[in-house]
Structures are given as structure tokens and as C-alpha cells.
Design a protein around this ligand. Sequence first.
Ligand code: DON
Length: 564
Amino acid sequence: MKRYFILCSFVMAPLLLAAQQVTLNPYNYSIDKYLEINSAAVASAHPLASKAGVLIMQQGGNAVDAAIATQLALAVVFPEAGNLGGGGFMVARLKNGSNISIDYRETAPGKAHRDMYLDANGEAQTRKSLDGHLAAGVPGTVAGLFAAHAHARLPFAKLLAPAILLAEKGYVITAAEAAGLNRKREDFLRLNTLPTAFVKNEPWKKGDTLVQKELANTLKLIAAKGMKGFYEGPTAEKIVAEMKRGGGIISANDLKNYRAKVRQPILFDFAGYNILTMPLPSSGGIGIQQMLGMVEKYPLQEWGFHSAKSVQVMIEAERRAYADRALYLGDQDFVKVPVKKITDKKYIEERMQSFTPGIASESKNISAGNIAPESTETTHLCVIDKEGNAVSVTTTLNGSYGCRVVAAGFILNNEMDDFSVKPGTPNLYGLVGAEANAIAPGKKMLSCMTPTIVLKNNKPILITGTPGGSTIITSVFQTLLNDLVFKLDASHSVNAPKFHHQWLPDQVTVERDFPDSTAQALEKMGYKIVKGGSIGRTELIKVHANGKIEAVGDKRGDDSVAGF
Ligand code: DON
């Protein structure tokens, strides 16, 4: 009880902050797309979450504290992707020069097996890996945030305080959130065995207040008991009970045994910069290493931003990297992945030998590269603090609102669909995979999430990442090129129209505002161009040599930045 009151005083403190400080008012807030400041910044998918991170820095926290608080706040104010019931990756560069990556990707439950989504005829039943209890992997987010906390400064309970406030008192939802909740109303009703906070009698509308009391209680249990407040005790019991009622397979042991993993991040050189990014089980780091490596020798800047010549080279790099992804990549703790070979500079250069300028390659002729056997709705947030610590986090439930099953107040992921449920059967994002990404108990499904930090002279200069399923890797690839090679300003690097090729299907998806003249030139070369919805929702923090910091939230969503 005493602990609860201490927590409450943390919770209410943000509302009483002095005028020059960022305030967290859940009932009245604005979306800020761009900020130029000098000390510290957060960019995330929601204004309240960005503000929560900044508040924590103003209370003495560093960038890791802020990243933890921002992600916890997103779990409340951005239920479609911010989460307790999903997983993610953190990449950080600390002021002492250390590079960190933390893998808190979900795992397949102990009772999962290779063919669990195939019917009696061996056909893939992909709805089962997307909808409802059987689609959920064992959540990793809470374990990941506790692993990250080793590099933080403030008590974990303090980092939970803004999230608890937002869950308990409620917050006013945006038009986009109202629409999202309304779209999934029938799913929430059909897929849950108990009532949830996400359904009310009338449709949600902009300005409504979403209160999540049960989620607040779960967050308080974590504040009181640490990781055990989630992976054991009442929260775990509620998850397991919901699984039993709904035909899911996550067990008490799966939860109790979940551990985040600290991994060696990928670090490679590109055009005089050092790129720090996420290793397997994300395919994103390897993907951008391959793509940037494939385009490095071409004079893209001279050819021009969005010129048909530049875009063609980038498309062909994307095609080849995604072909390698499909065949070779999977969880290295379970399968041998020839990482060294496929990230070797010579191998990467040779991949472009089959490229002919002015003529589209065809995916049926481009398979994964030959190598000799070796001895093998998501959301992003970026933080920089005043000491120069930089953190980049991408976290996900997979589809929007995950599997739509709610336990202990939070939504569970549908990450099982990121496995290759059957070789060659496309997942939600049209990605195909092979044996390397087959399901096995305890294994992690391959991801595209690409939290990335660019260093110059050993200092972070760019922090970026995005959601977008299969388009994540290309969005990060293009955002990096936009800044580092095409020299666009920070806002344009994020908001300029993007394009995407993922090997299969053999087509280029372009955003609606992609220049028609370039699309037509590409069509003449033989590319199939498909106009699609938005690609990515990228966050970017740019740190200039003179100390100026620019923070950009993508125009494609409610993304918002805060700082001081
Ligand atoms: O880990 C992955 O690659 C996917 N589960 C990400 C899904 C995603 O980005 C959805 N958001 N738009």
C-alpha cells in the first residue's frame, strides 16, 4: 500500500511541472512534427509518449531511461503497436563509446511446432497465425526494458509513472486512433473471452478518453515486483488463463523462462560513416548493410534524388537483399546463417554484377546469392540526451493491435506470422521464407525491424527507424541515403515519397506522391509500378557537429517530437 502511494506521487508530479519544462497533459496536447533544440529530444509515434520520455530526462534520466519510459507510455497511448504484449529491439550508443543491442523479440511457445498452421492437406492456414490466441508469441518487451535498465539511471518504477498515469486517468484519443479502434471492434469482440477497454457501445471518435484501469494495475504490479510482476504471479496467470479459454498455447513456463538477449550489434562502414544496427533475429541490419554496400560505388548524388537512374540501382539492391533474406535468414540460435559470407564486401559487390542499367532485372532470375557453405504494426522511437547517449528502439505487436486478444489489460502480439509458416507461403507482408525461418519451440521469428544509429567521428549523428513490416528495411535504407548521400534536410529525409521492392512479388510499390515522371521512366525499363499506401512511419533525430539537434516525426501518422 505504501509503495502505491509513493508511486502515485511520481504519477502526479508531471502534471505540476514548471512552465519551461515539458508538460504531460493527457487531455490537451498537440502533434509536433519538427523541433530544433540543443539538449535532448525524443521522436515517437505519439506526442504523449515523446513528452513522457523528455519529462524523464528533465527528472535526471538519461536517453535509456527516456527510451524505456517512452516505450512504456506507447504501450498505453498507442495500443495498435506500442506494447507490453509484443517484442522489439533496442540499439544504443552510449557516451562512453559502448555499442549495445538488446533483443527482446517474442519466442515461439514451447508447444509450438513446425507445421502448426497447416491443415490436414498441408495447406497453410494463415488466419491462424494472425488472428487470436494461437498467433501470439511469448512477449519479450518487459524483459527487454529491464535488460535495458542496466544502462539507465532512475528507478524502474519512476519510468513507469507516466504510463501508469496515462492508463489510469485516461488520455484523449486522436482521429487516427479512433478509426483504428473502430476498424478492429468486431475482432476485439470475436477474439476475446472477456470484455476489454478497447470496445465501447458507440463508435470511438476523436476527443474520446480511453481509460485502461486493468493495464494500470498490471503496470503497478511491474513497478512493485519488477519482471516478476509480468512474467509470474497474477499477470502471467491472466495470460495463461486467457490462452486456455481461447485455444492458445503460451504456458506459465514459457513466460517464466523468457529472457531478453544482449547481442553484439552490427557495425559497418558506409561512405565515411559507421552504421550501427540490429543483428539477427532481425533481418534489418543485414539488409541495410547489403543494400548500402550494393549501391555505394554508384554516383547516386550526381544522378540525383529520385532520378530514374538512382532509383533503379536502389530497387535492384532491394530485390537482391530480400532474395537473400528469404533463403538464408532465421534465428541464429537455432539455424546456421552464413552472416559473414552474405555481408562480405566482395559478395555484396558481386550481387550487382547481374544488374544492367536501364533494364529491370526479373526476380525469377535473381535468387539468393551462391555461397560456399560456412563453418551459418510496429513503432519506432529515437532518443538523444544532453550527454550524447543515443537510443533507437523498434517494437511491435506485428499486425495492427496484434492478435487482438487482450490479457491483463494489454494486447498480445501476432508475431507467429513472421515465421515462414510454410516455405514459399507469403506472410502478412508478402514475405516468403525458407527452412531457416521455420517454426520451432523457443525460436524467434525473423524480423525486419531496423533500429539504427549513424556515427561520424565516433559521435551519433543520426538516430532512425520505422514500422512498416517488409518495408522497414527499405525505408531505413532510403532515409539513410536521403541524408547521407542525397543531402536532403531532416524533414525531407523522412517525408519524401518512398518506394519498395522486396524480390517477391516482382513489383515496385511507390507512395502516391512519388514523382510520375520517374515512375514512367522505370516502367519503360520494364518495372511493374504499383501505387500503394504509405511506406514507413519514420522517426529521425539528427545531431549536428555544432550541437544543434533536429527531431522529426513522420507526416504519415500522429508521430510527434519533444525536446529541450
Ligand atoms: O518484426 C517485423 O518485421 C514485423 N512484425 C513488423 C510489423 C510492422 O512493422 C507493422 N507495422 N506497420
